[in-house]
Structure formats: structure tokens, C-alpha cells
Ligand binder design. Sequence first.
Ligand SMILES: [Zn+2]
Length: 980
Amino acid sequence: MPYLKDRCLRTVEQTMQRLAPLIYTSVSPLKITCYATQEPVDYAHRAEGEELRLEEGGKWGEKVFDCAWFHFEGVIPAACQGKPTVMLLDIGGEGLIVDENGEPVQGVTCVDSGFDFSLGKPGKWVYPWAESGEAGQKVDFWMDGANNDLFGVMRNDGRVRLAQIGIWDKRLFNLFYDLAVLVDYLRCADQTSARYNQVLFKLYDACVKTDAAFSPESSGELEEAARFLCAQKGGDAPLRFTAIGHAHMDLAWLWPIRETKRKGARTFATALSLMDRYPEYRFGASQPQLFQWMKESYPGLYERIKEKVKEGRLEVQGCMWVEADTNLSGGEALVRQILYGKRFFKEEFGKDIRVLWLPDVFGYNAALPQILKKSGNDVFMTQKLSWSQHNKFPHQTFRWRGIDGTEIFTHMLPEETYNSPILPRSLRFAEKNYADAGVCDEALILFGIGDGGGGPGMEHLEAARRVRDFYGLCPVEQAEAQPMLLRLKEKCFDRAPVWQGELYLERHQGTYTTSARNKKYNRKMEIALRELEFFCVLSEKPCKEQLDEIWKEVLLYQFHDILPGSSIQRVYTESQARYKMLAEQTEALIRERASALAGGKQAFFNSLSWPRETVYQGADGVYKVTVPAMGCTFDQGEKITPFLRAEGRTLENERLIAAFDESGALVSCVDKLTGRETLSAPSNRYAVYREYNADCWDIAIEYTDKAPEYFTLAEQSFRVEGVKAVCSQRYTYGNSVIEVEAHLDAGSEYVAFDMRVDWQEQDKMLRTSFDTAVTTDKAGFDIQYGLLHRSNHENTLWDKAQFEVCGHKFVDLSEADWGVSLLNDCKYGFRAKGGVIDMNILRAQHYPSDLTDRGVHTLSYALYPHAGNEKGGRVKEKAYEFNIPLRFVPGNAAKAEERCAVKAQNAIVEALKFAEDGNGLILRAYEPYGTHAPMKITLDGTYRITPCDLLENPAGPAETASAIEGEIKPFEILTYRLTR
Ligand SMILES: [Zn+2]
């Protein structure tokens, strides 16, 4: 007679499903008074909104993100006498229960909330009231409600779903979680194993005896069997897991920043209340910005957080100020993420963070290992590469080697999620999936509900208790993550495999382009902050407080759903309004300093670490002037007669001849010095691709299979104007318009394009491309503190999967002695396959942000043919110059004086700033091309020069000199403190 195992399993599952609704019983409805507002109000003003008296089913929210204070009242009924008593609360959104002083007690989440349901249900709707109910006791408490679920969606039509006093049957509660764990085990176990059969048949035999009410008489055998089975041990473990509770908190995403602050309070309050019930519970949270918000808005809660950190039960995690995007954020910004992040956790909690914690960021640049090591980090933790669409990343525990050769120990969660349900299948999958289990015997698990916060619920902690050392599974212990990661590194570093280069995520390539205005503001702010720090030094007028504030806000907007473009529209409306103010504030601070330095004289300022030439239109003619490195000149320069022509659809200066055709395309660009033609086909045509299977994150890999449409040229004219030869063109496509001025400036080595586009499309992508005459098998991309080469072919699936990649200020194709770069002032998404450089200008997606990027945009880019390869062509320097114009301060003609603070050879100075502690200056330089080179950095006087790490801690012996000299290694980042 065959066994009908499937039928047996179904019976056990059905028994569990029958049991679930019996755990909590509603016995008496709560009286609900609600005070509704559109924006949050604090506890003191809780009764100032529109007063609504509601019953279950009553409506309080009109729009998503509406707010309301709920006042719940009632009397404990006789049925609760002596029994565990709970409040059952589901307002259709999220809520924060507070005590009589307004202090957070616990968060709640509607049961209909969105989530990845394969990982469990995210609802938190039970508020434990008393272990033993007292009939007649008054119930009176408040809750700060939000008309959104965890994922920023309005649920249940803004209506209260449930508000009841209830009884908690703990016997059935325990039985339910025993069954939940055992059923999950049965679903993932090997059906041929003896263990599987033992569990299945023991449970089945007992299940058939239970009655509908699970009376103690009928379910006694089931309880005993379940308890017995849950107590079975795991045996000798090949692998040990460390688990810690987690609530991945996107600082803005499908909700605005203001709601994140409230999500933070709900999440921390829940974690702290569960710690009281579960002594073994360990919870972790990252991002000092989130803690800063708690400190400002929920000081009482923040003090309780501090206590738990001190007790070692709440771990502060990760070295960055926010979990920042690392494709788009500049090098110096990443350094500041770590500087501000580490400092906060040190000052506030006394914790030395040594781990980069980025579980959910869309790819990791190849400069990060060096940045991490030089800022006191030992381990990088993520899981995101498991999201790659075409190739499976081969490791979870490995040494990640960056462009300069630095290695950082890296651990990726083998469970491939930071929202683990911590059930048997979690452990089973993590064990099976752990590619590096041969060289390491530990791994990390993050369990809970995340993305919109929330964190673990009782279900996670009940499961975690049961799987600690469970029948045939690897054991799992709740503990802090950093000690485990450092231990893993100590044990495994030497044997761990190596991955060289960037950690490219084969997904979300649209995030290099979506929400173009934020990306432009980010680039401009990174540059403006660099300028401001330089001008502070040059003028000896620091403004540390303002700099700290502006930096931190710029760092916040680098969060991995803001800068990438994957948030809702409100996040962009609000951040752009703030960016505008930050940009104005920064510019005013710079201008103040520049004017003070100029003292009424005409002056040119140069913040770059090499001298620059410029040609400008003076009152009585055209002048050429050289501006010293990191300094200024009051010299007018020499009068010149530039050579400029604009006729016959051709622009020409001393260096280049650029020709256009009647369609507006650039058809030729000849480098007059070498005589080389730059292009092999008509270029700079504005191509519009229809985007199918796409959203704000993703571009479909097959988008090139359908030929694009092109903007049509409507007007074209050529002229010489001042110091420029200009070709003005106007194009149309549907309701969209492009106006572009292509220009060759006097003495310029590139043809520049200043573009204004009024973009009115939906689900389309605007690109331009340059079909170069370069023969090479790789393309060079500007990245943080260096240059990254990627293949420009599609030989393998790994090459093909990189159909769109991230670059910063330039993309370059070079032969050994000649090449072509495309420079840009605000773009990040490129395709470089074959000899073509293709730049993504704008997208137009509708989820999660509607009408993304509709409207007017301006941008500039330039085609730069050069002798030599990237280094020979000084491509990095040109790209900096294209992004950072000289600053001109009008004034009176003065004597030919000049000033130079710092001048660098074979290195680029990325930062010159006052030291964080006020003691002297900090100078940071790097080698830009990947060469060993003799570096010389000349200073404007004698200094005591101390080598430092990126956090400005001493890292070598000091010496007194007026220059820093020595060999600099490929892509090496060097930091010095200069004191007088
Ligand atoms: Zn995230």
C-alpha cells in the first residue's frame, strides 16, 4: 500500500490554517476618535485635526500619506478576566502607539500591506495589553496613524479595519508556530529522508485527531508531537549562521522623507518592545541619518535606543551616513559618507564601525575597496548582486580587489535577501546556495520585514527560537553582525577567492539616467562643495557649520532610491526644491570669498591643480590669460586675434574642423594637429527609443533591437560670435523640442554641445551617439578616483549583460597613440559597444514616479579627439575643466599678480579643505590613469606634512617641506594634513 504523503502534508497544512484565526479572539470593540490632518502633527497638537468619531469600517483617510491621531477608549470586558489580553488594531495603514506622555510604544502595520509574501505576511496588528486581563479596567491610548502601508500604498480605502479588545490564546499561539516551522521544514526537506517521514507522519497522525476548536483534549497529542519534533537537534554543523533582526529602511522611496522619519519611530518602537518579550532578540539598524532623525524628533525613543546599544542588543551598522548609491556618487562624496557616518556612531554610541553595509545598492564601483580600506573598514556586506539577471555571481565570501589593487573582504548574504523569514527553508537555501562553504564555515542572515521598515514581528522571533538548532539544519544564533563579519575575515581572508574590478549589477541600468534633474544637481553640488572648500582655504575663511549641513543633505539625496531615480515624484519635487536652495547658499558662500580675495580687481580663479588657459572677450578685444593652479590671477592676459570660422556647415578653430550635414548630424571632426578624422559615420543624431518592459529602474536589454526614430532638424544656422564659432540647431519630435548650440571656442580642443530639451514623451528614451574611428577592444570610463576599462564587445554573456554602464565625466575610446573622449557635465548612463559611444540623455518612465523627467532640461557635452591614450590626451584633466569652469570676478584692471596655493604633477587634487578638527589643511590627491608616476605637489610655503587616511587620522611620519614628492602608484589616493 503506497503512502499518500501529499495528502498527509495537505492535512497538516490545513490544520495549521484552521488554527491561525483562533489565536486571537475579538471580544469588545474600542471607541475610536480620530483627528485627521494632511501632514503630521506632534503629540502635543494631536487633537487639532478634523475630529471624526469612527467605528470599524469608518473612513478617516482620503489620500495616501494623510495623517491622523487615533484615540482608542474602552473597558476590559469580563471575558478577558485573568487571560492574556491584547488590542487588535488595523487602521488600514501604519501607526505608532504612544504612551500617556506621547512616547513611542509600538508600531503597527495593516495586514493588507504590500510585501514579498513568499517571505511572510508583514502585518503587525496585535498590541499586547496585559498578561492577565482585569475586567473593568479602563483602556485609553493614542496612536499616530499614517494612511499608507509599508510600501506607500493606501489600503482599505482609508478605513479602519479592526479595533477590538481581544483574548490571546497562548497555547494555540505556541502550537501554531510549532506547526509553522514544521510545515515549512516539510515543504523544503528531502522527501526521501527518514526525518521528513518522521515529522510528516507524527504530525499527520495527531492532526486528524484535532477538533474544530482545538480543545486541549483533541489537540493534546498534536501539541506534544509538535513540541517533540521542534526539540529535535541539528547534529554536527558544517556551517553556522549568525542572524540579526533587520528592517531595511529606504530613507525615501514609495513615500516621502517625512514619512521615513515616522517609519523609523514605528520600527524602533516595535524592536524595543519585542526585546522586552524576547531576551535573545538582537536587532540592527544602519544609517546615522535615520538615528539623527530619531534624535531630533523622538528624543525619548532615542535614549532607549542608546540603552539597548549599550546592552549589546541593538547594533548600529554600516560606515556610511546613508546607504548611498555607489555608481553615481562622486569619490569625495563617498569619503564624506564614511567620514560623517563613522563619526556619528562613534560620538553618539562609542562604536567603531568597520563594515560597509549596503544590502540594497545597485552595483558597486571599483574604487570602493581602496576608499573603504583607507577609511578604516575591513568588511563589505551586501546581497544585491544576487539580483543580476543574466549571470550568477560566483561567490558570497570573497576578496574584492579594486582598480588600485586594494582588497576588501566581502560577504554577501547566501540567502539572497535581507528580509529572511528565518524558517527552515531560509537555512536550507542559504546552506545550499553558499558557494564558498568550502573555504568558510559561517554566514550572515538578516531577518525581518524591510524596505519600508517594520522589522521582525513575533512570527520571526518565534521561528528563530525554533530553528536555533533544528533537525538536520545548520544552527543559527542571534548576535551582532560586525563581530561575526570580522571573525569571518580573520578566518577566511587568505583562502577566499578574488574578484577583480567593479561589482556590476546586471539590473537597474536605467538608474544611471532616470530623474535627470537630481543627477545634475548632484554633480553640480559635488563640484560646488569642492569649490567652496577650496575658496575657504584660499580666503582663510572657513564655514564648517554650513559645510557640514550642506554636505549631509547632499549625502542624504545620494540615498539608493533618491539619486538613482527610483522614488515617487514627491521625493523629487521636494529634493529639487532643497537642492536649489543648497546650490544658492553654496554659491553665495563661494562668491563672498571670491569677492573678498579679488578686492575689487578683475580676477580669474582656478580650483584645479594645474594651470589653465582661457580666451575671453574683454572690453577692447579678445584676451588670452593663463590662470595658475589652485589659485588666481589678476592679470588681463595678452590680446590675441583668434582664428574662428563658421561657414559651409563647418566650424573651425586652430585645433579642429567640425562639419555638419543638412540633417543636423555631425559628419566629420578632424583633429588638425594629427590630421585624424574622429568619426566613421554621421553622429550626434538625437535618437528616440521606445521602451518596452521598462520602468524607472530597468531598461530592457533588447531595446536596440528596434531601430530608433530621430528628432528632425527644423532650423540650422552658423555664426562666429565673440570667441566662439557656433552652429545653432533646432529639432522637433512629437511635442518635444531640442535646441542645441554646437560650438568651437577659440583655442579649444573639443567641440562642445550646449543642449536645451523640452521633453514631452512617455516610455521613450533619448540618446545621442558618436560613431568613432577608433579601433580598440575596450572603453575607458571616468569613475571615482580613477578610470575603469570595460570591454566594448559582446563576446560573452558577461560582456553583453553590460549593455548600459555607469561613467562620470567622460567615456573614452583610445588606441595606443590616439583617441576620442565624450565629455559631459551631468550624465551617467552610457553604452560603449564597438567603436560607438552612446550617451543616455533622458528617459520617460511612469513607475514609481509618474511623468519622470518630463519638461525642460539643459546639459552640455563635448567631443574631444586627442593624441595619445587617456593619459597622453589628459582626458581626466579635460573632463574636470569641462565641468569646472574658471571663476571670473569682474573688476578693475590691476597689476599682473598671481597666486598659487597648490600645484600637482602626475596627480589630481580632489580636495583641499580645512581639517575636520580645525588643525591645518587637508589635501587629497590621486593618480588618475593607472600608472606609476613621479608625483610632485608644490605648496605655497613650508608646511609640516603628515600623511593621513581618508578620515584625517595620521598614517605615517610627518616631515617639513614645501612640496610632496615621491612615486604615486596606479589610482592611489593620498591624503595629507598640512600645518604651519
Ligand atoms: Zn533599499
